[in-house]
Design a protein around this ligand. Sequence first.
Ligand SMILES: Cc1cc2nc3c(=O)[nH]c(=O)nc-3n(C[C@H](O)[C@H](O)[C@H](O)COP(=O)(O)OP(=O)(O)OC[C@H]3O[C@@H](n4cnc5c(N)ncnc54)[C@H](O)[C@@H]3O)c2cc1C
Length: 396
Amino acid sequence: MKTVLLGVYSNCAVPESYDVAILGAGPAGAACALALRGAGLRVALLDKAQFPRDKICGDAIPGPALKALRQLDPAYVPELLAGLHPKAETRTSRVVAPNGRDLGVRWHLPTFNSPRLHFDAALLALVKRHTATEILENFTVKTIAGAPDAVTLTAPDGRQLRAGLLIACDANSVAARQLAHRQIDRAHHCAAVRAYYTGVAGADGGTTEFFFLKKYPAGYLWVFPVGGGVSNVGFGMLSKDIAAQGVDLKKTLLELLGTHPQLAARFAGAQLQGPVVGFGLPLGTGRPAHALAGPRWLLCGDAASLIDPLQGHGIDTAVRSGVLAAAQAVACFEAQDFSADYVQQYARAVQARLGPQLARSYRIMRFLGNKPWLVNAGVRLAQVPPIGRWLQRLVG
Ligand SMILES: Cc1cc2nc3c(=O)[nH]c(=O)nc-3n(C[C@H](O)[C@H](O)[C@H](O)COP(=O)(O)OP(=O)(O)OC[C@H]3O[C@@H](n4cnc5c(N)ncnc54)[C@H](O)[C@@H]3O)c2cc1C
């Protein structure tokens, strides 16, 4: 007799079957589920967490992520924003050069910051409201087995789920390791830590702040308002340089907040809320494009390594790749072709839409990475309006 657990059968019986299993309900997985709305496919969206769940992040929601959601359905973004508290609407950034000189930047697309605890839950609420996706929380995938006719996902407790196509959106990805055999390449990977503070003096609720540092040129420290008087404060660097310099990110963040000439006074009376926590950022370069897809599987978002190397944002590329993966899923089921060759269409689409910007960001990051004097010069030159506009276009 079969035992039903959250709509999935235990390992002593036939596993539940879906057309598409989306692994990971962050922005990539949620966007993919939204993009599959009305496709006529039976879709499961599974996550090891129970939402709302924290996600270590700077909490800056990039404009292109909202644009991609709007293109799926104009109602999504207003609905998302209406249900999202707290949040901070941002239009400007302040960039502080290693020499302390600063620059104000006004962005073209209005955007906002919101703790991922709330943002990701609000995105998942859209999936629940607008789609027939079966959402399976508390389902950790430990192993993934491919076969000619299906992919089988197995949890540590033996629960199993089968799908005709796996769309893997699991950051720190089991799928990338087991299916694409990928390992971390420190030259194309960053690590960062994040803390929440209240009472940061001079924190302007509408401005994100970036501090470039002479001692740590291949990274930056950020102070982002996230609403409700809370600031998301973090520090990240290229993993290769962290290893070479033996940097302890948590210790360094706290030291910088206590000693940086423009931060020490502002943080003297601030209160740390919760622990300082860290996570990896797989950058969108340094892996072969074809490694994003294989027979009956596609990788999206962080699982596909799509983070912008210069600014460290990945919510936008996660959403955009999730949408592209949904289009590929529909094509696979229409053609009844799930072969390694056929799914390369998806890898090529990701490369065409996202590859050039990611490659350019990486080149700029590496070029500026060991030249703090050049960042100083850039910030000074950017005060001249035409040069400032050109530099703004260059960095996105
Ligand atoms: C410190 C830091 C700061 C950042 N700041 C920003 C920023 O300000 N703006 C920005 O745009 N980007 C930022 N990023 C990058 C951004 O967080 C990611 O690019 C984005 O979250 C990727 O979305 P995703 O859907 O691919 O993955 P995630 O949002 O990480 O979602 C993946 C989901 O998969 C689930 N999962 C993982 N493994 C399993 C498993 N084995 N079984 C079941 N479920 C699983 C997880 O529980 C999770 O819910 C930052 C990253 C870091 C580390």
